[in-house]
Design a protein around this ligand. Sequence first.
Ligand code: HC0
Length: 573
Amino acid sequence: TINLKINGIAVTAPKGSTILEAARLAHIEIPTLCFLKEINEIGACRICIVELKNGKLVTSCVYPAEEGMEVYTNTPKVLDSRKKTLQLLLSNHNRSCLSCVRSGHCELQELAHELGVDDEGYYDGEITPSEIDTSAAHMIRDNSKCILCRRCVAVCENVQGIGVIGANNRGFSTSIGSAFEMGLGETSCVSCGQCIAVCPTGALTEKDYTADVFAAIADPKKHVIVQTAPAVRAGLGEEFGLPIGTDVEGKMAAALRRLGFDKVFDTNFSADLTIMEEAHEFIDRVQNGGVLPLITSCSPGWVKYCEHYFPDMTENLSSCKSPQQMFGAIAKSYYAEKAGIDPKDIVSVSVMPCTAKKFEIGREDEDANGMPDVDISITTRELARMIKKAGIRFLDLPDEEFDAPLGLGTGAAVIFGATGGVMEAALRTAVETLTGEELPKPDFTEVRGTKGIKEATYNVAGMEVKIAVASGLGNARELLNKVKSGEANYHFIEIMGCPGGCVNGGGQPQQPGYVRNTTDIRGLRAKVLYDIDTANPIRKSHENPAIKELYATYLGEPGSEKAHHLLHTTYVK
Ligand code: HC0
């Protein structure tokens, strides 16, 4: 350990700590902007400046704490330096804060307020020219609000291993963009939205479709239905000030009803349906010499990544559509027939923790009924915006239930939102199908937890079944390279595009750097889903009564011709 003094108070910190980390142990939070632990440790923004005893100002996020050091975090010199840095940032920043989507939870705005930046135009002068990039299906980049912190660059390159954005030009002309200033939509960006999740300002935002949803609801000729992804219920509460890891499933259903949706359904229903089809596909591939390992296909960022970066492995992808798309296809066929509604009059809306879902709804072969399976996909953040705009007092709402039958899901379905959840759900069904016996316990705990890559081997009906789970595309690449080189082999792999799975998706509530750096956000959100699973009396997809009825009265068997037509898709190489 190291002993030092911070603001005159003795602190003992582990060897190798930075000043920032040591200060935290003394319950002092030094402000940061660019710093993201283990992702972006570059000491670039200089907001985290502190003063040493000799009067030197150093960046605490990268400066090592040393034995005997005396550090001051709030001297007039420190505060003045931080304020000047902020004024300089703001002098080249689009300050239309009133209408900015990040207003109220912008890290730059919060700091300016905290540090009392009373003249944000103090250094006004030339502005770096910039254009708004709307070329991607899922997001908008507005460099006039960029502060060059490079968090987006770091997460794209270091976590996702994609690297489609970087710093272009130098000095005052520096801007974040793609190579040759291409639009993001022209690059091999996979739409995961992790850059949006870490952006401290309004420079990166999802394409907002809330106005389209309000318009559809207001149209009396339209029957507007909504599905909510598993992970949304574990994140939405944060937008209303609830602690990370609060389950708001019931309030969310109540809010959606009050927004005016005709039916409030749940993606969990079609997550169960996905398991029926995917477990069937897995067993079929194992028994009939099909391509193995089978790899899950429900994360559209991952699917796009596979198509771009591992095109020779698209045959390994399950042909199953994602639950979002299966839901849409069933809503405009089975549900429309049952309810006596012309599918053309249905507007199918999804609420997802994901930005790639906006891209997925427009993919080819995702239109089983001759029209898009899903019409509009919004993020958890957009839903929160709608609830606020509609004046719905979320925290005061009662808990309500989803509507039947497309609102019924099992415990197996809700864990889809955490890394390992799809695998566990699939195993619950595949094992019982293969052995013909009930599992004594439906828990496959080896695939739980937020580790980037997990492996396990199970003995199923006399066969060794090897499985692996990866989340985050950097981890996916590592795992797939091992498979390709023959270093590892598996029967079944789950891959989710975002680290930790959908709970940490690019469409979830944004948490500021200091929370991201100190809190296991994905673990807390995942716990919500596992708790819902445990509390559900039905924990296996094949026991979902609504799914049983769907097969008995409409689809026939898993893998039937009708199921294939509605629920399966194709990939591009
Ligand atoms: Fe997911 Fe999904 S679990 S991708 O993470 O499979 O977005 O939550 O909705 O479709 O169900 C996201 C979350 C989903 C889908 C489901 C899958």
